[in-house]
Design a protein around this ligand. Structure first.
Ligand SMILES: [Zn+2]
Length: 133
């Protein structure tokens, strides 16, 4: 693909914007921000069961960089779990392998363009209602 070595690559965005704990009193909403490439590292290693070297190759980063991203992600998720914080999945320095959109009405995510097509989820017709991820 001829990508620059420095560009981190993410294949699939999270289907949700984050997580909230329940069953605890929440006087102030504290959050942990999980970057999208940190989410991707957890998805590839813990969900897809890739080896770290394979995940590094897929994300276009060195093995040590992948390990740093992954360790940070695990630490943030553990903090949220133990301390009852919300997880926001956003930000980071990466490129998606394809263009993704989220329907602002039903929050479903789509790969590639849905222009001139209704949303598969809520059947709403209109590209104004699509947010580019
Ligand atoms: Zn929709």
């Amino acid at each position: 693909m001829g990508r620059k070595k420095s560009v981190r690559v993410v294949e699939t965005p999270p289907m949700m914007k984050g997580y909230s704990p329940f069953g605890i009193s929440c006087p102030k909403r504290e959050k942990v921000v999980l970057n999208i490439e940190e989410y991707e590292a957890v998805r590839l290693i813990d969900y897809m069961h890739l080896k770290q070297a394979e995940a590094a190759e897929q994300m276009n980063v060195s093995r040590p960089t992948l390990t740093r991203i992954y360790d940070k992600a695990r630490s943030k998720i553990a903090t949220a779990f133990v301390e009852g914080k919300e997880i926001f999945m956003e930000g980071g320095a990466f490129e998606y392998t394809s263009v993704w959109y989220r329907c602002k009405r039903c929050h479903r995510i789509f790969k590639e363009t849905q222009e001139h097509k209704p949303c598969n989820g809520c059947k709403f017709y209109g590209s104004d209602e699509l947010e580019t991820l």
